[in-house]
Design a protein around this ligand. Structure first.
Ligand code: NAD
Ligand code: TYD
Length: 349
């Protein structure tokens, strides 16, 4: 079997690539990634020379290139993670999100449809999506697989659109697909623009921790390796034509999470209790900020027995330890373009 994983040099993709390369020595695993600011081959250094693994640098927006690639390799399965993934960036530049997340996905769908040519046995287009497509919850309730889509940010609107295209190709052309919608991930190799790695980096450097609004926004956090495990399980045992929610059963208000992070960091850095908390700075809110995300992951639990393997405290501790022992990685990704981004994003506050 030949498997194409898109976005495999990014945060979640790199964990998925590693898992597949190790679990399936007899399958050929191809990682297609444009290596944007978020893609980093350092994330895969440990498996780069494995015989069943090949990296291909390329753009999912380039339909000619994608068609040629699919013709050449005749992939059996596509696991699609490549995307623009950060809400704050989508507020500044929505079109980049329309291009990669919508057009890029449709390019991959067209190329799959073409090479599979109605012969869909053992074929799968697996689209990785987010719980953000469901919009926001109030103080109670959970997102289920039948919650109506109601995206509020350009990022979530672009992901919702791509989900619709995948489902439409299933209905219209019979393309075998699976979609999974996952909650917020955290863990090793996450680019320090998202909440947890940004705050870890800022605590290390004694920089302010910019909490948006009153900090009472709630997210459901899942350790990235557990997401990768769920993805492999759905690839091997998921029902085609279905959607699955994946979540951490682990809701935190941002401000409470940041305080736990500060406590753990003080201990690990040998700083005085309360030192990191002093860095918390309330800043202007994100426009259209979704109040609360929380996933009902009972379908994947019931049908496939999946549940998170680590507690949040364990996952967070592993994550902090990783960033503390990979300062070179952090330094490399926070040079150059990152500085411009950071200035622009946080200057206004
Ligand atoms: P990421 O930003 O860390 O990685 C995205 C990867 O896609 C990068 O390696 C980048 O180089 C690559 N890429 C971007 N544009 C490309 C293009 N035009 N062609 C080829 N490659 C391109 O993102 P992530 O956090 O790892 O998210 C991966 C997927 O999972 C995304 O589809 C995202 O919507 C989804 N998701 C993320 C989360 C989360 O909490 N991070 C939660 C649920 C779902
Ligand atoms: P983020 O990691 O960007 O993920 P998402 O927006 O996809 O949920 O943000 C998580 C939460 O943290 C979200 O409520 C916004 C908030 N946040 C801050 O308060 N400050 C920050 O600097 C960032 C990046 C996020």
């Amino acid at each position: 079997m030949t498997i194409l994983i898109t976005g495999g040099a990014g945060f979640i993709g790199s964990h998925v690539v590693r898992l597949f390369v190790k679990k399936y020595p007899n399958y050929k695993i191809y990682n297609l990634d444009l290596l944007t600011y978020a893609g980093n081959l350092e994330n895969l250094k440990d498996i780069q020379n494995t015989p069943n693994y090949t990296f291909i640098k390329g753009d999912i927006n380039d339909s000619e290139f994608i068609d040629t690639l699919f013709e050449a390799y005749k992939f059996d399965t596509v696991i699609h993670l490549a995307a623009e993934s950060h809400v704050d960036r989508s507020i500044k530049d929505p079109m980049a999100f329309v291009k990669t997340n919508v057009f890029g996905t449709v390019n991959l769908l067209n190329a799959s449809k073409k090479i599979w040519d109605n012969n869909f046995e053992n074929k799968l287009f697996y689209h990785i999506s987010t719980d953000e497509v469901y919009g926001t919850l109030g103080d109670t309730g959970l997102f289920t697989e039948t919650t109506p889509y109601s995206p509020n940010s350009p990022y979530s609107a672009s992901k919702a659109s791509s989900d619709h295209f995948v489902r439409a190709y299933g209905e219209t052309y019979g393309l075998p697909f699976i979609i999974s919608n996952c909650s917020n991930n955290y863990g090793q190799n996450q680019f320090p623009e998202k909440l947890i790695p940004l705050f870890i980096n800022n605590i290390i450097n004694m920089k302010p921790l910019p909490v948006y609004g009153d900090g009472n926004y709630t997210r459901d956090w899942l350790y990235v390796v557990d997401h990768a495990i769920a993805i492999e399980l759905l690839f091997s045992k998921g029902k085609k034509g279905e959607t699955y929610n994946i979540g951490g059963f682990n809701e935190w208000k941002n401000i409470d999470l940041v305080k736990v992070l500060c406590k753990q960091m003080d201990l690990k850095l040998g700083r005085k209790k309360g030192d990191s908390e002093k860095l918390i700075t309330y800043v202007k809110d994100r426009p259209g900020h979704d109040l609360r995300y929380a996933i009902d992951a009972s379908k994947i639990n019931r049908e496939l027995g999946w549940k998170p393997s680590v507690t949040f405290e364990e996952g967070l501790s592993i994550t902090i330890d990783w960033y503390l022992s990979n300062k070179e990685w952090l330094k490399n990704v926070t040079s150059g373009e990152y500085q411009n981004y950071y200035e622009k994003q946080y200057k206004q506050h």
